[in-house]
Design a binder for this molecule. Structure first.
Ligand code: COA
Length: 372
């Protein structure tokens, strides 16, 4: 019998990313996440995850052009947005929009390796446009068309706010996208690989991944973190709030991790970004409350913050609405999901584990008239 929640079970071989939970290390294709956060861009990171090497200058230029060319939504998906804006929460919109967009994908019926590579680029590029269009329409405003001159992160912010972001804000989001792009066999990536292993299609795998990411134990935690910070309201109230939550047997969102037993290396960058963006905004309140919560959870439970904890205040400082936080996670993780789907298909075998039956055995079938 394996551990509950498949803890410690190796479910796939991968060359995409690797974690050392004891050392608090994360690598994409052997590159330390700290180096990528400092020197890379989201575009280059997507290339790395998909090609298992860094691009040269010309390759990156061409790859970036391909991503830019795929930003605009097809009329069909664009046409669904007003309905989503009226009736759907953001992650449900994204899950359904990705699924629906498969109908008009130019490679819809092409399940070849080349077709899947094109679909991966298209999906990675368009998720940001979907989120922004949905948000603009639900706020009673016109969607902002993608700007081909801007890099992915800056364009994403520009489409959300209708303002070209300054360099610091755009780079902060770029780093967030790099940090969230892949993370070994997390629940959503596993879901994507399970679906791909049945030889279903790329859109189905990504739809399943989004469905998994939505939950508060996975990507949904970042929104709950910001709600908690707002509820706390001021740094001095953090200790008491944390003690109360823990006393009531509740989990503190943004803390704990299945694999990391020390600081999550992504949290290190997000903590710094939260402080820097707070200072830039002249309002370090959300950073200060976060720091106090971090200290209180460490004192009370010995738990470290995970990627979702400081991402919350970073997104908030960037002016991203709280209920879009998890979709921003998806806009990044789609790079990893699609890379994993392609890797799964390169050497596929149906993922079909066993279960341990714990129900009753040897029951006698009783006709319905004789049942009490
Ligand atoms: N707050 C309070 N206690 C927590 C906790 C948290 N955020 N995370 C874990 N714990 C405690 C559990 O209560 C449990 O304690 P117990 O042994 O006394 O019952 C112990 O730590 C182990 O928790 P468990 O749920 O078995 O760990 P897991 O590996 O299954 O779960 C998470 C990992 C991420 C789901 C879990 O840490 C969690 O729920 N975190 C909050 C949600 C979150 O931030 N998710 C984003 C992940 S990137």
């Amino acid at each position: 019998m394996t551990e509950k929640g498949l803890a410690d079970v190796v479910a796939a071989q991968t060359s995409v990313s690797d974690i050392d939970g004891k050392l608090g290390k994360l690598w994409y294709v052997g590159y330390d996440i700290h180096d990528l956060a400092e020197y890379s861009t989201f575009e280059e990171t997507i290339f790395l995850l998909h090609n298992h090497r860094l691009p040269n200058g010309e390759e990156l230029e061409r790859y970036t052009e391909r991503l830019v060319e795929e930003r605009e939504l097809e009329d069909f998906t664009q046409g669904l947005m007003p309905t989503f804006a009226e009736v759907s929460a953001p992650m449900s919109m994204l899950r359904t929009a990705i699924s629906a967009s498969s109908a008009y994908d130019p490679d819809g019926w092409d399940h070849s390796a080349e077709g899947n590579e094109r679909k991966a680029i298209r999906l990675t590029s368009r998720i940001a446009t979907m989120i922004a269009a949905y948000h603009r329409i639900r706020s009673g405003r016109e969607p902002v068309p993608p700007d081909p001159k801007l890099p992915h992160a800056a364009n994403f912010l520009a489409m959300l706010t209708d303002e070209e972001p300054d360099e610091e804000g755009a780079r902060a989001l770029d780093i967030c996208l790099i940090l969230h792009a892949d993370h070994t066999m997390n629940a959503s990536t596993f879901a994507a690989r399970v679906v791909a292993s049945t030889l279903s299609d790329m859109h189905s795998a990504i739809t399943a991944a989004i469905a998994a990411l939505k939950g508060p134990l996975h990507g949904g935690a970042n929104e709950r973190v910001m709600e908690m910070l707002q509820e706390i309201g001021e740094p001095e109230k953090a200790d008491e709030h944390v003690r109360k939550l823990l006393g009531d047997g509740e989990r503190i969102m943004g803390f704990g991790h299945r694999v990391y037993k020390t600081e999550d290396p992504r949290a290190t960058h997000l903590r710094r970004l939260s402080r820097e963006l707070g200072e830039r905004a002249g309002d370090t309140r959300w950073f200060e409350i976060s720091e106090r919560v971090e200290q209180a959870v460490m004192d009370e439970k010995g738990l470290f913050p995970n990627v979702d904890f400081y991402a919350a205040s970073v997104y908030y400082y960037l002016g991203i609405p709280i209920d879009l936080f998890t979709t921003v996670f998806a806009a990044s993780r789609v790079a990893g999901w699609t890379a994993h789907v392609r890797e799964q298909l390169e050497d596929n075998r149906l993922i079909r584990p066993e279960s341990d039956y714990i129900g009753p055995r040897d029951q006698r079938y009783v006709p319905i008239e004789e049942r009490r």
